[in-house]
Write a protein that binds this ligand. Structure first.
Ligand code: PLP
Length: 401
């Protein structure tokens, strides 16, 4: 029996592994499984493929391959970037970030606060944008690093990283950006951006989960977070994950090959979905309405609806979306990103993120829109928790009343 078709609108959470990417990693799981640090051929012949992979991922972001360190994920890259800037400048104990970062940055900064570092969390306005004057005012003589995401995973809102980096450069402060959501959607050029450090993760660009990279501009002082062997020039201890590194390289080539036309088509499909939502579902509003944003993401608040219940009903229809970042799904707290944008708890809890991909078709959007208005109406009609439970039970979704 074949599995029913999935209607996947959650590509900011993760993406499918592309068939070309699977092919690229297979040889390193079967014949070429040695340890690259070994002195004999089974091992040392793997150094070439790792270096070629480094060149591929460097090309995706306009970097030199010597500026790339492979890591285990975006979270590790971000933690390494921030702590490296702190540990190489022990006299500086202040970090500037925003109130809407992914938990990889947010919780790393919170842990550093507990260790005595000071963190400024810049606020955003209702559209999710930063006030650059306020940003400039937040910089201090003892600011070791500014860590600000390029594209928000929940809303798709973009921050003006090139402008932020220019200000940091004038002030002699290192700037790291979490660019995890951008490959294949935005053109990435570390020199045009002017950042000192940048983090990526392969699973957001049709690579496997569990491999990331950290870009560190030449000349930037660096201290490893993962301390062990001499791998990655001493920048990250641990035997290299050759299959995943090769996979990441292939995924980077695919992301680099995405044309401007494909990006425009993606944005047009997302816009079509939004237009249909607004036409067919009253009292739905877009979060981050006025800000520049990724071409694939839309964050919509459906007034009076519990997003978690909506997601459960959509799941029954093989439609997958998210009520915020995947990392917070399952927790009852409203999204910190949406509350930082000024939404109240009920508005934040009524928000669904739809994130499309190049694999998303017009037919997928049509299927979603053939069900979404009805499901939203059904939940709105279920005025009491008991009625809501009945509606969910009728679709065999287990809930605690
Ligand atoms: N930063 C952003 C913006 C993300 O969306 C994610 C993943 O959801 C991460 C960082 C963390 O990446 P990883 O899952 O590879 O640790």
């Amino acid at each position: 029996m074949t599995a029913p078709k999935s209607y996947y609108f959650d590509s900011n959470a993760t993406t499918s592994v592309a068939p070309e990417v699977v092919q690229a990693m297979l040889p390193y799981l079967t014949e070429q499984w040695g340890n690259p640090s070994s002195p004999y051929r089974l091992g040392k012949t793997l150094v070439g493929p790792i270096e070629r992979a480094r060149e591929s991922v460097a090309a995706l972001i306009g970097a030199d391959s010597a500026e790339i360190t492979f890591t285990s994920c975006g979270t590790e890259s971000i933690n390494t970037a921030i702590t490296s800037c702190l540990y190489t400048q022990p006299e500086k104990r202040h970090i500037v970030t925003t109130a809407v970062e992914h938990s990889a940055t947010k919780n790393c900064c919170a842990a550093l606060e507990e260790r005595g570092y000071e963190v400024t969390y810049l606020p955003v306005n209702r559209d999710g944008s930063l006030d650059l004057a306020l940003f400039e005012q937040s910089l201090r003589a003892d600011t070791a690093v500014v860590s600000i995401m390029w594209a928000n995973n929940e809303t798709g809102v973009l921050f003006p990283i090139a402008k932020i980096a220019a200000i940091c450069r004038q002030r002699g402060i290192f700037i790291h950006t979490d660019a995890v959501q951008t490959p294949g959607k935005l053109k990435i050029d570390v020199n045009a951006l002017g950042v000192d450090l940048l983090s990526l993760s392969a699973h957001k660009l049709h690579g496997p989960k569990g491999v990331g990279l950290l870009y560190v501009r030449k000349g930037t002082p660096f201290q490893a977070l993962i301390i062990g062997g001499h791998q990655e020039e001493g920048n990250r201890g641990g035997t290299e994950n050759v299959p995943y590194i090769a996979a990441f390289a292939r995924a980077a080539e695919l992301a680099r090959a995405v044309t401007d036309e494909s990006k425009q088509k993606l944005a047009a499909l997302r816009d079509k979905l939004e237009a249909e939502i607004f036409a067919k579902i009253p009292n739905s509003t877009r979060n981050g309405a006025q800000s520049p944003r990724l071409p694939n993401t839309t964050s919509i608040a459906f007034a009076g609806v519990e997003a978690e219940a909506l997601l459960m009903l959509l799941d029954q229809l093989n439609i997958y979306a998210s009520s915020g970042s995947a990392c917070t799904t399952g927790s009852v707290a409203p999204s910190h990103v949406l509350t930082a944008m000024g939404l109240n708890a009920a508005e934040a809890r009524s928000t669904i993120r739809f994130s499309l991909d190049y694999e998303t078709t017009e037919a997928d959007v049509a299927y979603l829109m053939s069900h979404l208005p009805g499901v939203v109406a059904e939940l709105r009609a279920a005025a009491s928790p008991r009625a809501l439970a009945r509606a969910l039970k009728a679709r065999s979704v287990a809930v605690a009343v």
